[in-house]
Structure formats: C-alpha cells, structure tokens
Design a protein around this ligand. Structure first.
Ligand code: GLA
Length: 384
C-alpha cells in the first residue's frame, strides 16, 4: 500500500480507533479528446491518471455513514442511510456520498452504516474529475461491502445521477473512465450505446497535464447552459442528439438558428469526428496527426464553444512554441479554468517544463503545476 491509500488507513485508525477492513480506490481522469460530446450522445477518449481518491472503511453496526474528510481540515459528517436524499446545507463534499447512498437504496439495495476515512490527491477544481472519483470510490465501496454486485458501468451511471442531484447535468464520461480505465490504455466511450473500447497509448509517449491553477467550478450556470444550447440545436436539426447531425445538415439549417447556437453545434459535430480520427492516430502511432486534431479541438473549444480562458489559451500556445511541430496539446475537461493536456515524446518534457516556468507566471499571475502521468487502472476494491 502506498500514497493516499496508506494515508487513508492511518487516518482511519487515528480517528476511529481501530483498523479499517476495506479499501476502495478510484483514480481521476484526463480527457485526451472529445469535449462536451458525451451529453450529446457522442464519443470521448479519456484515460485514468495517477492521482485518485482512497476510502478505508469498516462496518459500524449502525444505520449511519460516519465520514472523515482528511483533506478538508479533517471535517466530519454523518447521515442515516436512506433512499431519500437529504443534502447537508454546507458540506458539499458529503452531499456526493449522501446522494450516492440514496440513489443506490432507491434501487432496492440494502445499505448499512460504515465508518469511512476519505483522502485523495486529485487537485480540486483542476478539471481532473475529483468528484467523479469520489462518487465511484464510494459507490464501489458500498457495492462490494454489502455484496450488491453493481457492475462498474452502473456505478458510473449512479455517479452521473448523483451529479445531477448536486446541480451539474454532466455527461457519462468522467464516471465511466474512473470506473473502467485500464493501465496503458485510453478508453473510447460511445456515450449513446455505452460501448467501451480500450485504445492502447503507445508506450513511447508521455501524458503531461498542466494545471493552470485557475479553479473551475462546473456546478454553475455555464456548463448547464452549454448543454441546453446543444439540445436546442439538436431540436432545430430534428435529431435526437447532435451525435446524429452532420456539418451538411447544420449548414442547411443555419438560417433557422442564431449564430451562437450554430457555433455550439459546429463544435460538437466536428469534435465527434476528431475523436474517431484520434483513435486512428493512436493506432498508427501518428503523433503529427494527433497534434493537428488536438489543436483543432482546442481552437474549437476556444472559438466555437467558448469554454477556454486566457490563462489556458496561453498555456497551450507556450507548449506549442516549446515543442514546435507535433505539439499535441489542448484544454481538457469542462472548461472555464482547469488544465491543459499534452501527449508528448518524453525527450520534450524538460523543454515544456522550462517554457512554462519561464512564461506562464507573467501571463497568469500564478504558477502552473505540471503532472507527468501514464494511463492507469480504474476503480479497485480490496479486503484489508
Ligand atoms: C465535465 C463533465 C463531463 C463532460 C466534460 C466535458 O467533466 O462532467 O461529463 O461533459 O465536462 O467534456
């Protein structure tokens, strides 16, 4: 045991006065390409990362979950396991667990009290899915401890429903990759059929995440507004979701929609194509092609979907300048802050780091954090 898993176990013992008997862990994720396509029934290509959330736990013989959030100043909470979701008025971290518990119980599953110590190392607000990681870690813990046998993809769907209860009408990408990731692979998710395909990430490529340290918050207007704009575009086009539309169809109806709606739809339609092309680029080990696709994705998010911010655009350009040709880099995640992802030849990593150190602070008034990762495994549960 290492890292957050070990810390969680130590903190459990300190707080609850005995050793935990279960360990659940799920990583965060980085999306390589396919942004805001998931809730349009489209395609995404994320992978799990080296950071994650750990929960150690033990049955407590009551009907209550008793929680210790190590990273939030050792904050605590407890709630009665019930099919009715009763949010805490201020402890938003606990509301994810409260919602997950009630959603699982609404399906008729019996859930009893657990003592749980939670800790994680995914930087909050970095666009690396700390909340999906929290939901899946907890959902899998409850499923395994009580023998509920909930398949990981169903835990992912429950996590998505949990986000909706907490105010974000997100898609299915984050919870699915966090649950189902495989080491050394990115996951192609068809967000309509929920079919999964593991796509090998060539071992001679590194994944670099650069956190702008401008925190993003998806629980808020902008994300849900984008989703509504997409749904509106689909309605005008007469399709179930933008997944079913082509650029020809969009151009034919251009006169029937406002300019913003047109651009939102153009992002999603072209982004779906880019995901499928990126899969080919990975399969062919074609970094130049991947670079073209990832930068086109970035420009589309910047100009058509309008979810990037100057600090993020600046980071992308700093990395492009440092690497030159073959800079496969784009913003990743929901937007409005967060992180940039780059797929790079390991020999370029030092160059990228030096360029960011030299230029980012002047542009953003803060330092960026650089994370080197590979693709990691998804959720795991262990009896201790
Ligand atoms: C957030 C959401 C996902 C997805 C991305 C954008 O991470 O949780 O469902 O929509 O934004 O691609």
């Amino acid at each position: 045991m290492s890292d957050v898993r070990l810390i969680s176990a130590q903190e459990f013992e300190k707080h609850f006065g005995c050793k935990p008997t279960y360990l659940s862990y799920a990583p965060g994720r980085v999306n390589l390409i396919g942004e805001h396509t998931d809730y349009n029934d489209g395609f995404v290509l994320p992978c799990a990362i080296k950071f994650g959330t750990a929960m150690t736990a033990k049955k407590n013989g009551t009907d209550k979950m008793r929680l210790l959030a190590v990273d939030i100043d050792h904050d605590t909470d407890e709630f009665v396991c019930s099919a009715t979701f009763e949010p805490h008025e201020s402890k938003t971290w606990s509301n994810y667990l409260r919602a997950m518990t009630s959603l699982i119980m609404q399906k008729g599953h019996k859930v009893e009290g657990l003592d749980i110590a939670i800790t994680g190392d995914i930087p909050l607000g970095s666009g690396l899915s700390s909340s999906a990681s929290l939901e899946v870690t907890f959902g899998n813990l409850v499923s395994q401890v009580f023998g509920l046998d909930i398949p990981l993809q169903e835990i992912a769907l429950t996590g998505q429903a949990c986000e909706a209860l907490n105010g974000c009408k997100c898609g299915i990408m984050d919870q699915t990759i966090v649950a189902c990731g495989k080491a050394d692979n990115a996951l192609l998710i068809d967000c309509r059929s929920l079919k999964l395909e593991q796509i090998s990430v060539p071992s001679n490529l590194d994944i670099l995440i650069v956190n702008s340290n401008v925190k993003h918050a998806l629980v808020g207007g902008e994300y849900n507004e984008r989703r509504e704009q997409c749904e509106n575009a689909a309605k005008i086009l007469g399709v179930k979701a933008l997944r079913d539309a082509t650029m020809d169809m969009l151009d034919a109806k251009k006169g029937q929609m406002d300019e913003v709606t047109y651009r939102r739809a153009r992002h999603v339609i072209t982004e779906d194509d880019r995901v499928l092309e990126a899969v080919k680029a990975f399969e062919q080990g074609d970094l130049a092609k991947l670079a073209t696709l990832m930068y086109a994705s970035h420009c589309s998010m910047r100009d058509d979907f309008e979810i990037t911010i100057p600090e993020i655009d600046g980071l992308v350009e700093i990395i492009r300048e440092a690497i030159g040709e073959n800079a496969a880099v784009r913003m990743t995640g929901g937007g409005f802050g967060g992180s940039v992802v780059a797929v790079v030849d390991p020999s370029k990593v030092e160059q990228v780091k030096a360029a960011i150190d030299a230029k980012y602070e002047a542009l953003a008034g803060r330092k960026a954090t650089i994370i080197e990762t590979h693709a990691f495994n998804g959720a795991v549960f262990t009896n201790l």
